[in-house]
Write a protein that binds this ligand. Structure first.
Ligand code: ZN
Length: 206
């Protein structure tokens, strides 16, 4: 079932209060249009008559039955993440389960799923890319953009958006280290997870 609500939102641009459509559940079989809206960055966005676009914070559950994949957006910090983890446990659902802090993070996860790439190996690849850059800074936001043949395309959020590319083979090498794959119940596969995974990889190599 698609959980769609109407919520009253005040536009931060002009102060006008208005109703906005809020999607809290996407099943790729039942709501393919919502998945496309998500990928276009149009899901749960208030577009005001004044021109201001506002992303609405919401707990969104994404489910792809073909991939047996669940991802929950928990934007409300640690308590929200704990609640999402508990909901996963209580549901008894198998398959891949992920918890992300934002809709943008969900978009990246869905792109990776559609490209057939392992998110944990991608997160490790990001850490290695950032560490190898001329100005290493692991706090920088680097997002997967697309798989383009043998090249992985990224976008680095610096002072401006900077496109980056890396060979797929470097990713594939990481993905082949299947013992690094997160265990069931490890749902937050993010930068912090990957920094630790890379640290262990380097420790084991020496
Ligand atoms: Zn407005």
């Amino acid at each position: 079932m698609s959980i769609v609500g109407i919520t009253r939102v005040t536009c931060p641009g002009c102060g006008l209060a208005q109703d906005a459509r809020l999607v809290q559940s996407i099943n790729t079989h039942k709501n393919p249009a919502d998945k496309q809206r998500l990928l276009r960055g149009e899901l749960n966005v208030l577009v005001c008559a004044c021109g201001r676009r506002t992303q609405l914070a919401a707990n969104v559950v994404f489910h792809d039955p073909d991939a047996d994949y669940f991802c929950q957006v928990a934007p409300g910090g640690e308590a929200d993440v704990a609640k999402a983890a508990e909901a996963f446990r209580a549901s008894g659902a198998r398959g891949t389960q992920r918890i992300v802090p934002s809709l943008n993070a969900l978009v990246e996860k869905v792109k990776l799923l559609d490209a057939g790439l392992e998110d944990w190996a991608i997160e490790m690849a990001k850490v290695l890319l950032l560490a190898a850059s001329p100005e290493p800074d692991l706090d920088r936001v680097l997002l997967f953009e697309a798989l383009d043949g043998e090249v992985i395309r990224w976008v680095l959020f610096a002072s401006e958006l900077r496109p980056m590319a890396s060979p797929r083979s470097a990713y594939a090498k990481l993905a082949s280290r299947t013992h690094a794959r997160p265990a069931a119940g490890e749902a937050q596969i993010d930068r912090a997870w990957a920094v630790e995974a890379v640290r262990q990889m380097i420790a084991n190599a020496s």
